[in-house]
Design a protein around this ligand. Structure first.
Ligand SMILES: [Zn+2]
Ligand SMILES: [Zn+2]
Length: 134
């Protein structure tokens, strides 16, 4: 998983030897949610965090279209943002890396419908961006 920058990645990789839960650790500051959003941990004894739209380290805008998983019905664009597709299904497959049969790489694929050619085919989810309504 690639986060905004090295400093953000380091903050998310940080694990404390004393605390089991990052929400309990005063040294833990950033939370990455299951819906791929970022938040600053509020150390109030609970599990609250403050959602952020910019990286606290480098100030870059955090990508909005990566804040949730691609699901059926989404309008998406390809890697270069040229073509628009509609997602029909998604699946995760295990792909062996050539020359290293024990190293299994998990890839998520989306079955997309191409409006211009009226065909469906599988594309890696990591190459797709959700087209936002606004
Ligand atoms: Zn700690
Ligand atoms: Zn950053």
């Amino acid at each position: 998983m690639n986060h905004c920058c090295d400093r953000m990645t380091d903050a998310l990789k940080f694990t404390c030897k004393k605390c089991k839960d990052p929400f309990e650790c005063p040294d833990s500051i950033l939370h990455y949610t299951e819906t791929r959003a970022y938040g600053l941990i509020v150390h109030d004894g609970g599990r609250s965090f403050l959602a952020i739209k910019h990286c606290p380290w480098c100030g870059k805008k955090l990508k909005k279209n990566k804040t949730r998983e691609i699901t059926r019905g989404d309008r998406v664009t390809g890697k270069l943002g040229m073509k628009e597709y509609s997602v029909r299904a998604t699946k995760k497959i295990e792909q062996p890396i050539p020359g290293d049969p024990h190293h299994i790489h998990r890839v998520e694929l989306a079955l997309v419908f191409d409006f211009s050619t009226h065909t469906t085919f599988w594309l890696p989810v990591e190459d797709l961006e959700i087209k936002d309504e606004d």
